[in-house]
Design a protein around this ligand. Structure first.
Ligand code: SF4
Ligand code: SF4
Ligand code: SF4
Length: 286
């Protein structure tokens, strides 16, 4: 089913039964729960959201949680265990519209950093033996299931969550921001950190965060993942001219979206990208 038809169908079902609100589930896989906190931080708008939709499953915020079906599922976190592979397939089967909530769910995010090191390097500083940890490589949920919307960011901008919910209630297809962080940074009249010798990733990173880091003179770390038509090589050459080593540059790209097709070639991967799942624009790979 096309994305547009899906959101229109949700609207029609809402209209057919005026008293039946959209059933929303908020789920968490391997994550730090920061994306869910971002939703809870919507304080002023939270009551309106609860009035507009039925959040029937949100274990972080509710003691009693219902099972599917769901009209909308928001899924935070990477898939990093065999159990989570089954869990994400179950959530997909029970949900009409599914949103990857944050960088971990979109790209593997912070948990996926482990995949660029050996088990010994990453686990032995914490555990006595590598046999204690039963994880598979950490991937975005799009490597396993069809995703309808990728809400980028670590964490995502809470107002993007609000926007997606509102659009789906009225039957519109939410559109993802398709411009680099630089656009908002220039609109916010910030001095360019690249010109000050700082390794900003704004030119190749999905915008939509209102350049929150560069507004505070902190270089963009690329947490919203690679822009679809990002021109990475000239930026890497600039980093080299600035004096950053190959290892520095590898770490820049590894942080949040190192498993993405575009960033992974800069990281020197130790793991393979799955052949299933979604392209970075959200369409399912064949
Ligand atoms: S995307 Fe960031 S804030 Fe969200 S769960 Fe992952 S690490 Fe936490
Ligand atoms: S500071 Fe970063 S985000 Fe802002 S214009 Fe320069 S490169 Fe772009
Ligand atoms: S400026 Fe960059 S690192 Fe900061 S929130 Fe935006 S995309 Fe993420």
């Amino acid at each position: 089913m096309k994305k547009e038809n899906k959101s229109k169908k949700l609207k029609k079902e809402n209209k057919d039964n005026k008293f039946k609100k959209l059933r929303v589930g908020i789920f968490s896989l391997t994550s730090c729960a920061g994306c869910q906190f971002e939703i809870l931080d919507l304080e002023d708008e939270l009551l309106n959201i609860f009035n507009a939709v039925d959040i029937v499953h949100f274990p972080m915020a509710k003691a009693k949680n219902e099972e599917g079906p769901f009209d909308i599922a928001f899924v935070e976190g990477a898939v990093s265990t065999e159990e989570e592979k089954k869990e994400i397939e179950r959530i997909r089967a029970e949900s009409k519209y599914l949103v990857a909530l944050g960088s971990c769910a979109s790209y593997g995010g912070v948990p996926s950093i482990k995949d660029f090191y050996t088990e010994e390097e990453i686990e032995l500083p914490v555990y006595k033996s590598t046999s204690v940890v039963k994880s598979i490589r950490a991937d975005g949920i799009g490597n396993y299931i069809k995703v309808d919307y990728f809400m980028h960011g670590c964490p995502p901008n809470k107002y993007e969550f609000l926007h997606v919910i509102k659009e789906l209630i009225v039957g519109k297809t939410p559109r993802q921001p398709d411009f680099p962080v630089c656009k908002e940074c220039r609109e916010n009249k910030n001095p360019c950190l690249l010109q000050l010798g700082k390794p900003c990733m704004g030119p190749i990173t999905n915008g939509g965060c209102n350049s929150v880091c560069t507004n505070s003179k902190i270089p963009c770390k690329g947490c919203r993942g690679p822009l679809e038509d990002a021109n990475i090589d000239p930026l890497v050459q600039l980093y080299e001219k600035m004096g950053f080593t190959d290892d520095d540059i590898k770490k820049f790209f590894m942080g949040y979206a190192g498993t993405s097709k575009m960033f992974s070639r800069m990281v020197g991967r130790t793991c393979e990208i799955s052949k299933t799942g979604n392209d970075e624009d959200g369409s399912k790979k064949q």
